[in-house]
Each structure stands twice: as C-alpha cells, then as structure tokens.
Design a binder for this molecule. Structure first.
Ligand code: F6R
Length: 594
C-alpha cells in the first residue's frame, strides 16, 4: 500500500544507492511505480517511472543520482493510474519541494480546486500532489519546512506518512504521519525513515516510532521529534531483533516459498510467548465474551480461534471482519475482550476498529511487526515470532497467529493435553514439507482449473477458507472455501465433471460426515484432492489424489499443519502459470487504506 523511505548520510557520500536498496526492500508494499528524489548543490533531482523496480532501474539507473540525502517511494495506485506522471516523488511548480506519501488524502479535490484558483498548476491525478503545493504555499509565506509541513497537515484529511525535502532548506528531511506507518532509524552512517523495518534493517536497527501528528526532523546531526505544540518529544529508542538476512531470499526462488519453509521455526519461536500469554490471561480478569477482529488471512486465523475458545473455554466468541466492525460496537462492554489479529499491525480497517473497541472493552493485539500501530494502541499485546514476511500472501505469519491463538485457548481453558499437542506442531510441519516434490507434481496437474472448491468441517473449515484465499490471490484462479456440510444447500449445483475439490479431512469427530460430503462431490464428477491422514486407506480409494499428513496430527491441531500443502498447491500452480507469487496483481502487503 505504497512504501516510503528517506535517508540523510552524516558524510557527504551518494545516498541514491542506499535509497534504492532500502526502497527495493519495500516492493511488497506496491509495485506500480518507483521514484527517488535527491538533493545536490541547490537542485532537487528526480528519477521515477511506472513499472516494477527492476524494469525502471534498468531504464533509469536509479542508484546513479547525486547528493547525500533524499527520499524514495514505491506506489500502489489509489488516485490516478500507474503512470510516470502519477509516480512519486511529487513536486511543486519549480521543483523546490519533493514529497513522498503513503496513504490517502480524502479532501484533496477541494484543496486542489482552491490552490488552482490561487494559480497553482497540477500535473498528476494523484491526491498526493496537493502536499508539495501546500508546503510551497506556506514556505512562500515565510514558514520554514517544518512549520510548512505542520500547516499542511492542519489542512489535509485522511491517512498519511509523508517525507518532504526542500531545496531552500538543504540537509534536512521533514516527516510526519497519521494512520499510516512510519519508523525512524538511527544508523552509524546516517538517519533513515521508512514505512517498514525490512527497508532499513541493513543500515539501522535502533528505531523510533513517531506517533500521530508528531513532526520528525532528520539532519546530519540526528533526529528531533516535535509534538503539535512544537515541544521536543523524548522518544524511546527500540532495537529490532530481526536481522537483514531475514528479509532476503537466501537462495530461494521467491519469498513465499522461503516463508513456507520457515513455518516450523515461526511456530517454535512463537511458543516462547507462553508466559506472556499466561500473564495477559491472569491480568485481563473476568471475560464473558471474546470478539476477534481481523481481515483476510488473519480473519481465518480468528475463525479457528472461535472454534477453540468456544469448545474449550465455553466463552461465547464472535469473529468480525474489521471493515464491518462498527455495526457491532454497541454490543461491547467492559467484560468483552476484543482481540485484533494482524501480521502488519497497520491494517487501516483493524486500526479503526481498535479505536472503537478501546472506548468500551479490553483489547489485545496479536501482531507480528514490533512497534506497529496495533502494538502501540492495544492494551495487551502478543508478539508472534514469524520474523519479517515479505511475500504478499501471508503464510508463516498465519501459522504464528494460529500458534498464539492455540496457546491462548489452551492456557485459558487450562488444557494441558492441548499444550502438549501444540509442542509437536513444528516437527509435523517439517515432515509435511518433506513431501514438497510430490505436492509440486500434484499441483501441476490441477493447473487447468478455472474454479476450485475447498471443503472442511469444524476446525478444518477456516483451513478451507484460507486454502481458497491463497489460491485466489496468487494464481488468479477462482477458489471457494465451504463448510463441507453447507455445500448441499446450494453450491453443490456448481460441481461438474473435472472440477477440483480439495477436501480437508483429518482423522477425528468430523471424519465420517466429511467423507460423506467427499462422496457427494465425487459422484457428481469432481476431481477430489484430499488432504488426510497417512494411514487412511479408504480415503486413498475414494479420492483422485491424496496428500498424506502424519497420522498423529489430531483434528484439533490440524489447522496448523494441513494448511501447509494448501499453501504449496497455490504456490506451485502460480509458478506453473508464470506469475510472480510474491507480488500478486492489485494487492499489497500492508493495507493502510479503508
Ligand atoms: C492474504 C493476506 C491478507 C491479510 C489482510 C490483513 O494472504 O495477507 O488477506 O491477511 O490484508 O492483513 P494484516 O494481517 O496485516 O492485518
């Protein structure tokens, strides 16, 4: 959802190679265009164009720009199509100011109209372009860059993280944020701004997190943060424990397959959160209702949470899409625990809902990115330990979210048996990954399909939804997840000769009923690909293909293991089709607009 970076070096060395390196790490946030602005000897230099980073760099040689400070941007288009004109950085008429922006300026049309009447000339269709023009207007009125940015944010409405440079105030970058992420890095060779930490891990791991409305000024001597009354804010410096290598492909073809392979480690590391989770449970007190709020994959992890908590702890649990949350706000009270699940911790829909929930209820964030907005605004936090996830399709963060939810449910219900089962999950995941070549071969054979169905019951139903989401987002094949028992109430009409139906059928209470559903679709011509237990001979006889999972994986923990082949199926079909699984079209990793 757009990525921004900024950098100022202490010495007079060229910043463009560093800016380019940093912004390249944020390509997962947007790949419609890329642009850099640097300052040198009285001029702002801009290179930008539409297209993926590699293509644009090939054309423009983005590392070759003069100057020791600058800003950069990757775009996920909202206002205006992906084009050179709409690419960031945006400038005022005489290129005295350059700005990069992540977010949406909701009132840009009225600002644009007003500024046009005052003589400003706009070149792009973007909402962002009003920002350099407003800064220019205020600098013309003799405000310095910091105060021109301050005056600008008094006018603009919406979500933003902004970084601005001015040729009239060299050696300085001014930045601010509201509802879009922004971090400040303090490194040995310079100071950095970024939408997300993977951008700057190689250069700085000491991080400051600016709050909404604070103004950050970085120059060669350091970082100063001012509050809305111009007072200096003493910010805490956190050190990120992620390493630069974690945000590299490390020999894998894509981040997605690397991250699928890191899932056992993600679970293992997240299990270390057990004591923290117990403390939260002890502290939170009497809870009569739990509400999970999330989007996309995190919503599917939440659905698994409902099954667990209701069946093990008997606490009524709802799962609400963050974008629909406001309609339920009246039902919350002080005995409700609202749990926000988010890998990025910056999803705009979830943040809006969190602000609402904080007014009445206890709130808990289960988040992968340290220091992200949800971790700062929720009353309690569980930090999933998946490490940086770069592939747009969530994989290892999903199993890490599930691990936290399983620990939470097991500790809440004092279920020692379940705790023991969770401990076994990393080995089960690694064992499943040993079949990777077999799964790859099967996936190739399903490449022909235009539609897929995924069926599961109980704990396996959210897994079916998540399998279908992975398929849709990276292969662009239509996939539907259904509760297996629901199919006969309508969608069965869609089952035809050769249509692939993936049936998630671990051994357990739901086995027999799911098997009946499998037979229903098989008898209507479906091509059944079953994910089931390695000792299930009857499943092998009734299905076209079976991916076998260790027979000791019980139904209750199946969501943590059975998702692995579904992720691999989506990945290998995508490779077969020649798409890039890391950067699916129209999507971005961190959704900072509502
Ligand atoms: C799908 C995916 C998205 C996210 C959703 C919420 O693979 O990644 O559906 O799960 O956008 O994002 P977070 O978890 O960052 O709040």
């Amino acid at each position: 959802m757009c990525g921004i970076v900024g950098c100022i070096l202490k010495e007079d060395n060229d910043v463009a190679p560093i800016l380019f390196d940093c912004i390249s790490k944020l390509e997962y946030r947007g790949y419609d265009s890329i642009g850099l602005a640097t300052f040198d000897e009285g001029n702002i230099y801009i290179k930008k164009d539409k297209g993926k980073i590699e293509e644009v760099d090939h054309k423009l040689n983005l590392s070759d720009m003069p100057g020791s400070f600058g800003i950069a941007h990757v775009r996920w288009a909202t206002h205006g199509d992906p084009s050179k004109l709409n690419s960031h950085p945006h400038v005022d008429e005489d290129t005295s100011i350059a700005v990069v922006h992540n977010g949406i300026i909701e009132n840009y049309l009225e600002i644009k109209e007003k500024l046009t009447l005052e003589g400003h000339v706009f070149k792009s269709d973007t909402d962002t372009e009003v920002i350099p023009h407003l800064i220019q207007k205020f600098m013309n009125e003799k405000f310095d860059l910091e105060h021109a940015v301050r005056k600008t944010i008094d006018i603009i409405e919406g979500a933003y993280a902004i970084a601005a440079i001015s040729k009239n105030e060299p050696d300085k970058i001014v930045a601010t944020r509201k509802d879009s992420p922004l971090i400040v890095g303090i490194g040995e060779e310079g100071y950095y701004l970024a939408s997300d930490s993977p951008a700057i891990l190689k250069y700085a791991r000491d991080i400051i997190y600016p709050e909404r409305g604070e103004i950050v000024i970085i120059d060669r001597d350091g970082v100063v943060v001012h509050d809305e009354f111009d007072n200096v804010v003493n910010k805490e410096i956190d050190t990120i424990n992620w390493t630069p290598e974690m945000a590299e492909k490390e020999g894998y073809d894509h981040f997605m397959i690397k991250e699928i392979n890191e899932q056992a480690t993600a679970v293992r590391n997240t299990l270390t959160q057990k004591d923290n989770i117990q403390e939260i449970i002890d502290d939170v007190g009497d809870i009569q209702r739990i509400c999970f709020v999330a989007c996309g994959t995190s919503y599917h992890a939440s659905l698994t949470g409902k099954y667990l908590i209701e069946s093990l702890a008997g606490i009524p649990t709802d799962v609400i899409l963050a974008s629909e949350f406001k309609y339920s706000a009246n039902t919350l009270n002080e005995n409700t625990l609202v749990i926000f699940i988010s890998q990025s911790g910056e999803t705009a829909d979830s943040l809006k809902a969190l602000d609402v929930a904080n007014q009445t209820s206890k709130t808990l964030g289960i988040v992968n990115v340290a220091g992200s907005s949800i971790t700062r605004r929720a009353q309690y936090v569980i930090q999933t330990q998946a490490g940086p996830e770069i592939g747009v399709a969530a994989t290892k963060t999903y199993v890490a979210q599930l691990t936290s939810i399983y620990l939470f449910a097991a500790l809440l219900s004092k279920n020692v048996e379940l705790l023991k089962e969770i401990e076994k999950v990393p080995d089960f995941i690694d064992e499943t990954l040993e079949d990777i070549d077999f799964i790859k071969d099967i996936s190739k054979r399903y490449n022909y399909a235009r539609d897929f169905f995924y069926l599961g019951r109980g704990y396996s139903y959210p897994t079916a939804l998540e399998g279908a989401l992975k398929l849709k987002e990276i292969t662009y094949i239509h996939g539907e997840g259904y509760a297996a028992g629901e199919l006969k109430h309508g969608p069965l009409a869609l089952i035809d000769e050769g249509i692939p139906v993936v049936v998630i059928i671990p051994p357990g209470d739901n086995y027999r009923k799911t098997m009946s559903n499998l037979e229903e679709v098989k008898s209507r011509g479906a091509n059944v690909l079953a994910i089931g237990s390695s000792d299930d001979e009857s499943l092998k006889a009734k299905s076209d293909d079976v991916i076998a999972i260790n027979a000791d994986v019980k139904e209750i923990i199946a969501p943590l293991v059975y998702i692995v082949p579904l992720q691999l199926i989506a990945y290998y079909i995508t490779i077969e089709k020649g798409h890039d699984p890391d950067k699916p079209k129209n999507l971005a990793k961190c959704v900072t607009v509502e």
